[in-house]
Structure formats: structure tokens, C-alpha cells
Ligand binder design. Structure first.
Ligand code: SF4
Ligand code: MSK
Length: 644
């Protein structure tokens, strides 16, 4: 397949061609070798849960050996995938909670509870006493309560109380208010084992519950605690794509998800002693760049450059310019070890729960984190002399990241500060028609980045504000869509006017996969602020991911649906179509229960049309599709209000 059919990213196309010439394999080549992929798997109709199987449903064999029908099998597979995604996000959250507690106890000297304002807010929310107590004392209590959310024996998720009262009522009525994260994941596995839950709707109900334990539990806690530990992101500039690598510097890639490691490597790369050592080996400096969600975390907080997203991870190594790639958890392809073996690149795993056969492992221990990071940087410096041929594509774009809930509130909220009023008003007056989350991965089944960027262009052209996370953010940034200078030209007149007034792009980079919870909190705030209905399902919003890869993306999709949103995925990545009943429930029936629903569309332009129709339908239902007096809040208005 031609490189242009594999990726819409020019830098990636160049590297794909170079790898092909060198006879090296990447994910696209391996996908080709897998073709034709298993039709049963695609439809979700294969079951290998027990040793009487594996069973697959065909016209001839309509039932598994145990008698399970296609609805049960598809629903069980769907639930298991979501539970795995929830486990991944939430285990990330648990690790953050542990480091958070160690930091507050003074056992992890290299970390600090940076955002004390956010800490105090969390403390208040969790009922932790703050009067006459030190930051660290409060931090220990907040951390312990957060850690408890993963395994507490009774009660429901504390963060779920952030949802509007109407939403909580819907969840309670349906019995899907999430309890401890571990309990929901365990119950998912129990229910879906042989001979347990065999009512597809009951299984799908639990899919909502376990997904909510992620969105309004584990992942939300990961985001909140990371903000306190590393600082709540505020808008800042950075650069994105492989052109950020430097031919004359030691290049280190941090890849994976948890900022626990990458924050320290970023700090170590500024160390004078190490910079001196780099000089001694003939390098002009040390460049740290990220791939995947770790990259988003670093760009959001420090403006550290991004080398690429999920499908760039192997291509980056093929530049020959990477001295060391440090990986932690999630979305780390095993294929990296093969590509790294063709170059001088040292691949190092750092999480004890995520090792790779034959690859050096350096445990990152929060009690000695900076020293471990320095050790890794030193390994990279030592490896500089082993470089062979280097080819770095020139492409890179200026990007703006750092849109947390707090910064959106600040930028769009004007001087009301903790108020979404001006944003709500601009949605009501129609300058902004609605808000869409363009999220998720890049999948070799589609040309890399193409659906995310095409869809985003269509949406902003039609005055829809786009909030983006994960690898979709990097896709958009590579094409200049998170940069106000470039992207405002592409925005519709209403959206452009609002964004220009406050100085932001029409596409806001909101962070990593766990940071989708920032979108949930924003939706909740839109309702609380008033004028856009009483529940999140009434909002003119949607979520979309046409290049989904990970089980985490299914978990995210389901928690958005269960929070009242329309969620659109591509047919190629939605393994439920083998059951008419399951599909019908997730596409239609679930809306009566939870207000949101799934939809399938692979074409990004048609997906945009579908979303716009949905948003206009919601606007009609709210009665806001009429001319209204326009009010914009620019810097002048803000200043006036501050004085007041
Ligand atoms: Fe087959 Fe039923 Fe066992 Fe699944 S649980 S493998 S359908 S016998
Ligand atoms: S890294 S989950 S490929 S967004 Fe979060 Fe990217 Fe998807 Fe992994």
C-alpha cells in the first residue's frame, strides 16, 4: 500500500517509505500480513470464555456449546473490553494516588503537591478538614480518600457527585451508579464468565456501570491528582511532529501514559551536569519529546515537544536520531523492540507491570525518581556515539495545549471566573452551535490522522467548538488545528468571533486519554450554569473517535453515552454488529434509559453531518434555535467585571 494511503502525515509518509526501503516492518505492514482479518472477531461473535469453546456463531451454529446466543456473546465481549479499558485507566489513577500519598508524606522528595488551590478544592469536595493544617497533611487525607475509591467496600464513587442531580437520579434509577472501581471491574469479569449473566441488556447495563466507574471515578481521579502533583495545565505553546527532533542533540523519547516518569526525565534533561556530559560527547544539548498520551501530558504542562502519536512510535525510532526511548504503560507496541534493534536506540521499560522480553528494564521508584531519570538520561548520552545514519523529517507545527477545565473556565468564562456563563450564552445565542469531543487513537486500518482532522475541519467550519484529547489531539496539532493563527481561518464566523475575542483556537487541546474526564466536568458545568436544559443529555454536544484502537476508547465511549451524549465510532472498530439486538440497543434503545447513544459512521464528512444534525436537534429541543441578542466577553468586559 502507498505511504499516502497509510498516513495523511507527511513526516510519517517519508518514514514509512524509508522503512520500506530498509526492509523494516511497521504496524501497517503487520496489518497487511494479518489480512483478511477474522470476520467473527470483527462482529464480536467469537467466544472463548470456557474450555467447551472456542465457539463462533454462524448461520449453521446459532448457539455456543453452553447454549449462549449471539446477543449474550456479543454483549459479554463488549463488557469485557470495556472492563479492560477501565482497569487500564484506573490502574493509572491508582499509581498516581500512591505517588500522591508518598509525596504528601515526604517519602517522594522529588515530587511536590504543586497546585494547592486545586488541592483545597478537592479537600472540600471530599470533606477533608483544611483549617490550621499543612498542605501535606491535607494531601495525605485527600490521597487516602482517592485511593479508597478504587477498592472501598461500600458506597458509590465520590466524583460521580459532580454530575448534575438529574444525571445522578437517572443512574440511581437504573442501578448503574458506580461503586468501587475494582468491584465494578471484578463484577464485569464475573458476570461475563460462562453461565452467569445471560441477558444482553443486563450485561450492557453493567457495561455502563463499569464505564462510569472510570469516567466519574478512576480516570477522573487520575486527572485531578495529576493536576495537584504536576500543576493544572494552562494554555502554552509547543511544537508537534518529528521535526522537533534535533540532529545535533541527544534525543530522548518518553512514551506511554503516566507522567510520573516523564516529568522526572524532563527535569533531568535540564540538569547542568548532564548537559555538560552531553557536550562532552559532542552533542549540543538534550531534547526530550513525547509520543502518545505522555506527550500530551508534557505539552499540556510544560510545552515539551511532541514527536508523534500512536502510529508514529515506530517511525520515530526509524529516524536513527533517538538515543533512548523510555516507555511505561499502555499503547506501547511490542514491535518497538524489533525496530529499535535495527538502530542504536536503547528501548527501556520502566513500569514493573509492563516489561518486554529481551528489553532492558529500569524500575521507576517514586522514592528515588529523579536519580532514576538521571540514570536514563545518562544512558542516552552514552549512546549518542553509537549513532548511524540519521534522517529527520522537517515537518513540525506550532501548537497550543493546556486546556484543562479550569483554563477553559478562565479563557471562555471571562471575569466571572468560576462561571461558564459567557460560554453558555454564546451557545444559546448560536455563535457556537455546540461542542464536540474529537478523541482517541490512530488506527492503521484508516489513513493516519485523516478522520480526526477532516472531521475537525468540518465541525469548526460549522461553528462547533472542538475539544480534543489523546492521539486525536496530536493529529490535529500536526495540521496546525490547535494553533489559533492557522485554525481561526478555518472556523465559521460565529466561532471565530468568540475565539478571536478571547485569543484561543477553535480546537482546544485538553490532554491525554484520562483527561476526557475534563470534558465530562465541562458538560456538567454547562448544565449547572443554566439555560441549556436540566441534564447533560439535553446539551448540544457529542463525542467521536473514528480511529479507535484501545479498549480504553470503548470505555470512554460508553461513559460518554451513559452520561447522556451521542458517541460516533467507525464501523471497523466497533465489534458489536454481529448481534442485531445488541446493536439496536446501543444505537437506539439505550437512549431511553440513559439519554445518550452510540452511532456508527466511518466517513468523517458524513460523521460530521450526523453530529451537526444531532446538535441542531438538541438546540431545537432546547428552543434556542432563534435569533438572540449577542453578547461577547472580550478582555475589556472582563476587566470591567473584575473592577465590579
Ligand atoms: Fe462456547 Fe459458551 Fe464456553 Fe463461550 S461460554 S466458549 S459460547 S461454551
Ligand atoms: S495513547 S489509547 S492510542 S489515544 Fe492514550 Fe493514543 Fe488511544 Fe493510546
Amino acid at each position: 500500500m502507498d505511504a499516502k494511503e497509510r498516513s495523511s502525515d507527511k513526516a510519517a509518509q517519508e518514514m514509512i517509505e524509508r522503512m520500506a526501503k530498509a526492509g523494516q516492518q511497521n504496524a501497517w505492514d503487520r496489518l497487511d500480513l494479518q489480512k483478511p482479518q477474522c470476520g467473527f472477531g470483527k462482529q464480536g461473535v467469537c467466544c472463548r470464555i470456557c474450555a467447551m469453546g472456542p465457539c463462533r456463531i454462524t448461520k449453521k451454529a446459532k448457539l455456543g456449546v453452553c447454549g449462549a446466543d449471539v446477543d449474550t456473546i456479543v454483549a459479554r465481549n463488549f463488557l469485557r473490553a470495556i472492563a479492560a479499558g477501565v482497569a487500564a485507566h484506573s490502574d493509572h489513577g491508582r499509581t498516581v494516588a500512591e505517588v500522591f500519598i508518598a509525596t504528601a508524606r515526604g517519602e517522594a522528595a522529588d515530587y511536590k503537591l504543586k497546585d494547592t488551590t486545586k488541592l483545597f478544592k478537592l479537600a472540600e469536595e471530599m470533606g477533608v478538614e483544611t483549617k490550621d493544617r499543612s498542605v501535606n497533611e491535607i494531601g495525605v487525607d485527600v490521597g487516602l480518600i482517592a485511593l479508597g475509591e478504587f477498592g472501598k467496600p461500600e458506597g458509590t464513587q465520590l466524583m460521580a457527585r459532580r454530575a448534575p442531580a438529574s444525571r445522578q437520579e437517572i443512574w440511581n434509577k437504573l442501578g448503574v451508579t458506580p461503586r468501587a472501581v475494582d468491584r465494578e471491574v471484578t463484577e464485569s469479569l464475573h458476570r461475563s464468565t460462562m453461565g452467569v449473566d445471560q441477558d444482553y441488556k443486563n450485561i450492557l447495563n453493567h457495561a455502563s456501570r463499569v464505564a462510569l466507574a472510570d469516567g466519574w471515578g478512576g480516570a477522573m481521579l487520575a486527572t485531578e491528582l495529576q493536576d495537584v502533583l504536576f500543576g493544572t495545565p494552562y494554555p502554552g505553546r509547543g511544537e508537534v511532529n518529528m521535526g522537533v527532533l534535533k540532529k545535533d542533540e541527544v534525543n530522548i523519547i518518553v512514551h506511554g501514559h503516566e507522567p510520573i516518569l516523564s516529568e522526572m526525565i524532563a527535569a533531568a534533561s535540564q540538569d547542568d551536569e548532564l548537559l555538560g556530559e552531553a557536550k562532552k560527547v559532542g552533542a549540543n544539548g538534550i531534547t526530550v519529546a513525547g509520543t502518545c498520551c505522555t506527550a500530551n501530558e508534557l505539552l499540556m504542562r510544560h510545552g515539551i515537544p511532541i514527536a508523534g502519536n500512536f502510529l508514529n512510535q515506530e517511525l520515530v525510532i526509524a529516524t536513527g536520531a533517538i538515543e533512548l526511548m523510555a516507555v511505561d504503560v499502555q499503547c506501547v507496541m511490542q514491535g518497538l523492540s524489533t525496530v529499535a534493534s535495527c538502530y542504536h536506540t536503547k528501548l527501556v521499560t520502566t513500569a514493573d507491570k509492563a516489561k518486554m522480553s529481551g528489553i532492558e528494564h529500569v524500575t521507576i521508584d517514586e522514592r528515588d525518581a529523579l536519580n532514576t531519570a538521571k540514570k536514563l538520561v545518562r544512558m542516552a548520552i552514552d549512546n549518542y556515539k553509537n549513532r548511524g545514519d540519521v534522517y529527520i523529517p522537517k515537518d513540525k507545527k506550532a501548537a497550543v495545549g493546556g486546556f484543562s477545565f479550569e483554563s477553559i473556565n478562565y479563557m471562555l468564562g471571562g471575569s466571572f471566573r468560576s462561571s461558564f456563563r459567557p460560554l453558555n450564552d454564546n451557545i444559546i445565542n448560536g455563535r457556537i452551535r455546540g461542542i464536540v469531543g474529537v478523541v482517541g487513537c490512530t488506527n492503521p486500518k484508516m489513513p493516519q490522522d485523516l478522520t480526526h482532522t477532516t472531521l475537525t475541519r468540518e465541525l469548526i467550519k460549522r461553528d462547533i467548538l472542538v475539544l480534543t484529547t489523546g492521539c486525536a489531539t496530536i493529529a490535529c496539532a500536526k495540521q496546525g488545528l490547535t494553533n489559533p493563527k492557522e485554525a481561526l481561518e478555518l472556523a465559521g464566523p460565529g466561532l471565530r468571533e468568540v475565539c478571536e475575542a478571547v485569543g484561543i483556537a477553535p480546537v482546544l487541546a485538553c490532554g491525554s486519554c484520562v483527561d476526557n474526564t475534563r470534558l465530562l466536568v465541562s458538560c456538567s458545568e454547562l448544565v449547572r450554569e443554566g439555560g441549556l436544559g436540566n441534564d447533560m443529555s439535553e446539551l448540544p454536544v457529542a463525542g467521536v473517535c473514528l480511529e479507535s484502537v484501545s479498549e480504553k476508547a470503548l470505555a470512554i465511549g460508553q461513559y460518554f453515552v451513559a452520561s447522556g451524549a451521542l458517541v460516533v465510532f467507525a464501523e471497523e472498530v466497533m465489534p458489536i454488529l454481529g448481534s442485531e439486538n445488541v446493536s439496536d440497543y446501543l444505537f437506539n434503545g439505550i437512549e431511553k434509559d440513559l439519554g445518550g447513544h452510540w452511532a456508527i459512521e466511518s466517513d468523517p464528512v458524513k460523521a460530521a453531518e450526523m453530529i451537526i444534525e444531532h446538535i441542531e436537534g438538541k438546540r431545537d429541543a432546547l428552543g434556542i434555535n432563534k435569533e438572540a441578542e449577542r453578547k461577547l466577553y472580550d478582555m475589556e468586559d472582563r476587566r470591567a467585571l473584575t473592577v465590579e
